[in-house]
Design a protein around this ligand. Structure first.
Ligand code: AMP
Length: 284
């Protein structure tokens, strides 16, 4: 595995791969790799000739007070895991390399970014779309692999690529979970033993919501209220939101239409971290 720290080096390497006729699979991350990230590398390896991983903790997507300095950065271990997973190139730029001067340009996706994560973290998605657009421009034409774990982010990135005609095909990958149902996350390391024991309640609440839909409930607000109630009852969770939305537009639904796919999403604080989870369900 080659490690590139400059945009020019990363771009040149991927240009050379494409010139040799090889397809590129890009996996953007903030590092602290776990099985969720490794599943994206595996998907990229299955679909593309060359797997490129990026590790960059992007200051633009952290607000003041969100502790970016505390974000885990086990870079040596990440590089070992990435190499073992078949990564050909890892791009690990410094903040100065990505932002040599403060950016005057921001990529903003309207509409999809106002609710849920965007309501709780108003500057977050502009930070995400700005850095992802930069990474796409540096990497060049590729397939880019994102987890459904961050479902709103996936929808926002898809929309940005469509609106700006970026030469990137977005591939969404299923959520990787712990055996007890907790979605894998770099932030799970912040959970105390007691919080970790309660954490799977988030996934169980989504499953209860899905069962309600499958049993014939057609009022999306009832489903959202059930999920919210279950999470609120699971102390010490502090519910942020529970929503039932259209998976493409992310619009909150009222009536559930038979034959359509809907997405149940939830976010709640548990001690230090905010945990996110979501589940797709087909309305019978
Ligand atoms: P992050 O490093 O947290 O920014 O995540 C990088 C990528 O990994 C994003 O596309 C995430 O959605 C994805 N990801 C994170 N956790 C999981 C998971 N448990 N299952 C699948 N994908 C994940």
């Amino acid at each position: 595995m080659e490690v590139e720290t400059t945009k020019a080096g990363f771009r040149a390497r991927l240009d050379a791969e494409r010139a040799a006729g090889r397809s590129v699979g890009l996996v953007p991350t903030m590092g602290a790799l776990h099985d969720g990230h490794l599943s994206l590398l595996a998907a990229a390896g299955a679909e593309c000739d060359v797997v490129a991983l990026t590790i960059f903790v992007n200051p633009l997507q952290f607000a003041a007070g969100e502790d970016i300095d505390a974000y885990p950065r086990p870079i040596e271990r990440d590089l070992e895991l990435a190499e073992a997973a078949g990564t050909a190139v890892a791009f690990t730029p410094s903040t100065d390399e990505m932002y040599p001067v403060p950016t005057a340009t921001t990529v903003h996706v309207d509409g999809l970014t106002g609710s849920m994560e965007g309501a709780s973290r108003p500057t977050h998605f502009d930070g995400v779309t700005t850095v992802v657009a930069k990474l796409f421009n540096v990497a060049g034409p590729c397939r880019a692999f994102f987890g459904e774990k961050d479902f709103q982010q996936l929808a926002v990135v898809r929309r940005m690529v469509a609106d700006l005609d970026l030469p990137v095909a977005i591939v969404g990958c299923p959520i990787v979970r712990e055996p007890d149902g907790l979605a894998r996350s770099s932030r799970n390391v912040y959970l105390s033993v007691e919080e970790r024991a309660v954490a799977p309640a988030l996934h169980r609440a989504l499953e209860a919501g899905a069962r309600l839909v499958e049993a014939g409930e057609r009022d999306a607000r009832e489903v959202a209220a059930r999920i919210a109630g279950l999470v609120a009852d699971a102390a010490p969770f502090q519910l942020d939101y529970a929503e039932v939305v259209d998976p493409t537009t992310l619009e909150a639904l009222e009536e559930l239409v038979p034959g359509t796919e809907v997405r149940l999403l939830v976010a709640a604080r548990l001690g230090t971290p905010r945990l996110l989870d979501n589940l797709g369900v087909l309305v019978p």
